[in-house]
Design a protein around this ligand. Structure first.
Ligand code: NAI
Ligand code: MG
Length: 358
């Protein structure tokens, strides 16, 4: 069966890096139908809107979206609704993408890029599963009110509401347990159950869902401890699952352990495993159009797409092995270049991955 992929390069370095990922996808012996459409600044320039109807319709009809990046500074003057970044939010909402998968992988060859000691991080391979549509970020009521009584009576107060519906916790739990089952079989659920009711509820449901996954070992950790353990002994983790707020912070912390933003892929999935796959970094307007951006995060995002949305894990393995091979050959784009390695351009890196595939 043909898999339909919407290719949305975006602006900034988006087109350059997506071009390399598309070359890699086309080189695989798979039945893929790739259709390109503008998004972000490129769509604003062409059609006056960062997420045009045609682009949205294409994404909806596809099995997966391969997304580059958006946010060129050229569009900074626009009102918020027309800014390139609105395209990502619009796609997330329209496709119901509630599960954000953020791997933090540090290839042994890049161990010096981390600010942590190589022996602590070399070979790091963890996956953070962040719930993306609930939690205090979207909870109602929220706002600013004047207090009627208590020690601060008459004072103004800002407030937000944290909550999670059972369905929301169960569906992210299943995504995380299934990911753990495919990996080392260890899942750590991060919460603040010693303080928050929402967290105790979350924890109880994790324990309940765990009964369906006897092959996965579930543990629990408070978020403050998790923040410490991520820098003390990050390799002790396999898969981490957590809510929107804690996941926002921990996934950025984990990404920084690797020290190389140009290397990190990400996925956002919905209940039918339709997904949006994109590099963790932005559109890097400072280096756009120079053929120097690192395309590996995007190429690795394409690998995640094959694994999580297109049921083609062997092809994903092949891409990941090819990336590992080019690093072992000493090829580096500018962002990860160090003495003794060979500096290559965006397209040369694509060439090398293609060659390593075969
Ligand atoms: P950024 O990730 O675009 O860039 C941060 C730094 O990392 C820059 O110095 C950049 O040159 C470098 N960098 C990023 N990706 C690279 C790559 N593949 N190869 C080599 N170097 C790379 O973050 P920044 O500068 O904060 O944001 C730029 C724009 O991107 C903003 O408008 C922001 O809103 C947007 N953005 C978009 C995202 C998306 O499309 N999902 C995510 C994050 C930011
Ligand atoms: Mg963040």
């Amino acid at each position: 069966m043909t898999s339909r992929i919407a290719v949305l390069p975006g602006d900034g370095i988006g087109p350059e890096i997506v071009e390399q990922a598309v070359r890699v996808l086309r080189a695989l012996d798979l039945d893929l139908e790739l259709t390109e459409a503008p998004v972000g600044g490129a769509a604003y320039a062409a059609k006056g809107h960062p997420l045009p109807e045609d682009t949205l319709a294409l994404a909806r009809q596809s099995d997966a979206v391969l997304f580059g990046a958006v946010g060129d500074w050229k569009y900074d003057h626009l009102e918020r609704a027309l800014r390139p970044e609105q395209a990502v939010l619009g796609l997330r909402k329209a496709l119901g993408l509630f599960a954000n998968l953020r791997p933090a992988i540090l290839y042994p060859e890049l161990a010096n890029a981390s600010s942590l000691k190589p022996e602590v991080v070399a070979g790091l391979d963890i996956l953070i599963v962040r719930e993306l549509t609930g939690d205090i970020y979207f909870g109602q009521p929220r706002g600013v009110r004047t207090l009627e009584d208590g020690p601060f009576a008459g004072d103004r107060q800002g407030y937000d509401t944290m909550h999670y519906a059972e369905t929301e916790v169960r569906r992210i739990a299943h995504v995380a347990f299934q990911a753990a089952a495919r990996r080392q079989g260890r899942l750590c659920s991060v919460d603040k159950a010693n303080v928050l009711e929402t967290s105790q509820f979350w924890r109880d449901i994790m324990i309940d869902v765990a009964r369906e996954y006897p092959q996965v070992e579930l543990s629990h950790m408070y978020v403050d401890n998790a923040a410490m353990q991520l820098v003390r002994a990050p390799k002790a983790f396999d898969v981490v699952v957590t809510g929107n707020l804690f996941g926002d912070i921990l996934s950025d912390e984990a990404a920084m352990l690797t020290g190389s933003i140009g290397m990190l892929p990400s996925a956002s999935l919905n209940a039918s495993r339709q997904g949006l796959y994109e590099p963790s970094h932005g559109s890097a307007p400072d280096i756009a159009g120079q053929n120097i951006a690192n395309p590996l995060a995007t190429i690795l995002s394409a690998a995640m797409m094959l694994r999580y949305s297109l049921n083609a894990a062997p092809a994903a393995d092949r891409i990941e092995a090819a990336v590992q091979a080019v690093l072992a050959q000493g090829l580096r784009t500018a962002d990860i270049h160090e003495n003794g390695t060979t500096r290559v351009s965006t397209s040369e890196m694509g060439d090398a991955v293609l060659k390593a595939l075969n």
